[in-house]
Ligand binder design. Structure first.
Ligand SMILES: [Zn+2]
Length: 431
């Protein structure tokens, strides 16, 4: 095994397919960084900031820890291992440019404003054309496109007259016109550490240890300050003109939503996630039709970022406990299984709002005090908070809603008292 494995690693012929396991193991911990371009985070222009290079094919060019595609980087490794993907494959970015230009906005270079995504990530083919031509494998970490979104709840709102088709934001067939963007995480480690109030050294060591030693560079390469973590990213849906997001004079309706596959996709009725999401989309469409703009920012933080296995274990613990599923035990049961109530830590969430240039959210479609505190703490003004209408809360989700309101979630109504929280409201497992 050689630490200077780059030169010794045979270059597979793309046509013949890779021989993934051949040659030396390519260590990352002691490579010299020869030819790597510097990154100056928070720099005002793309040229001064420099590109994020997470390629695995030309290791000397790498200027980050980790690689692209978030959690899917592991599937990429599988594809290489299976011989299906050439290690040397370089993305052909022809015609992949964003449908809508986002920024640049002043927030992009205000120190500490954005630490968990690359604001230039959508436009690398443009702003780093010279470096790409010089042979650097620079990949977009953001993609912006357009779509028609058709949801049964929106169709129902049309039929009931709550929404009106205008052919511009909403078609008669119930399709909402959106601009959407997918965003991969790009962490500037000094900034992330500051956001969480810990030292960068501690953050690096804990990330290294708690991923089972997955990225030795976290502890051996303090000169590399940017980390592409193997986690899910986020998707944003914009209703109306994306440029209007940065104009505080234009009414902005926004929801920041954390993934809940069981409810969002499969309609599970133990929580309010999908009803709240579709309600927010309805609000966003109405907002756009009033001359404003709407935004849904969707983060891959399944089950309060505890993951779905933990979430389902908690469901069972809640429903099997003595006295049944009650709001007063809602957070306690999660804590018993996971050790914490919540791992979403909204501290990084406002970054995407800064990327979009947002300074004011006129209507925040969320009851979460954690999201509200994170947004206002990041210097973004919030007008009114819009709660989920009572009639949209599934019966089995009453436990969650009561527990959250008692814990400080925003509600214009009555906060349930201790007696109310003790009443079993959730269904049993066999019901
Ligand atoms: Zn949910």
């Amino acid at each position: 095994m050689s630490a200077e494995a780059d030169a010794a690693t045979p270059t597979p012929s793309p046509a013949a397919g890779p021989k993934p396991a051949a040659g030396h193991i390519r260590l990352t911990s002691h490579s010299g960084g020869f030819g790597a371009l510097p990154i100056r985070w928070d720099a005002p222009t793309a040229a001064e900031r420099g590109p994020v290079v997470g390629t695995t094919s030309k290791r000397a060019h790498r200027n980050v820890i980790g690689t692209h595609s978030g959690s899917y980087s592991v599937y990429r490794a599988l594809a290489v291992a299976a011989g299906a993907l050439s290690r040397q494959h370089k993305a052909d970015l022809t015609n992949t440019m964003p449908t809508d230009l986002i920024g640049p906005y002043p927030q992009w270079s205000e120190p500490g404003k954005i630490v968990s995504l690359d604001p230039w990530g959508a436009s690398v083919a443009d702003v780093f054309a010279t470096e790409l031509a010089a042979g650097y494998d620079i990949r977009p970490t953001i993609a912006v496109t357009k779509a028609h979104v058709i949801l049964p709840e929106v169709l129902e709102a049309l039929q009931k007259g709550r929404l009106k088709a205008d052919g511009k934001f909403l078609t008669a067939g119930g399709a909402a016109m959106v601009t959407k963007a997918a965003i991969e995480p790009v962490w500037y480690l000094p900034g992330v550490a500051r956001r969480f109030g810990c030292s960068e050294t501690d953050l690096r060591r804990v990330l290294f240890e708690e991923t089972g030693g997955m990225y030795p560079e976290l502890v051996t390469r303090s000169d590399l300050e940017v980390f592409l973590p193997p986690i899910g990213g986020q998707t944003i849906y914009i209703f109306g003109n994306p440029r209007d997001l940065a104009n505080p004079a234009v009414e902005l309706t926004a929801r920041v939503h954390d993934e809940c596959n069981g409810s969002d996709v499969f309609g599970s009725d133990i929580c309010t996630c999908r009803p709240y999401l579709t309600h927010a989309i309805e609000e966003c469409i109405q907002g756009a039709q009033r001359g404003g703009v709407g935004l849904v920012a969707y983060s891959r933080k399944e089950g309060r970022a505890l993951g779905e296995v933990t979430k389902f274990l908690v469901y069972n613990a809640r429903k099997r406990q003595v006295g049944g599923d009650t709001a007063d035990q809602y957070f306690a049961r999660t804590e018993c299984v996971a050790g914490v109530q919540d791992m979403r830590f909204q501290e990084l969430m406002p970054d995407v709002l800064h990327w979009l240039g947002i300074r004011k959210i006129h209507r925040l479609v969320s009851m979460s005090n954690m999201k509200y505190d994170a947004i206002t703490g990041a210097g973004i003004e919030v007008g009114v908070r819009v709660n989920i209408p009572d009639e949209l809360i599934p019966a089995d989700a009453r436990v969650e809603m009561d527990a959250k309101m008692a814990a400080g979630y925003f509600t214009p109504g009555v906060v349930p008292d201790a007696e109310e929280l003790k009443k079993a409201k959730g269904r049993g497992l066999d019901a």
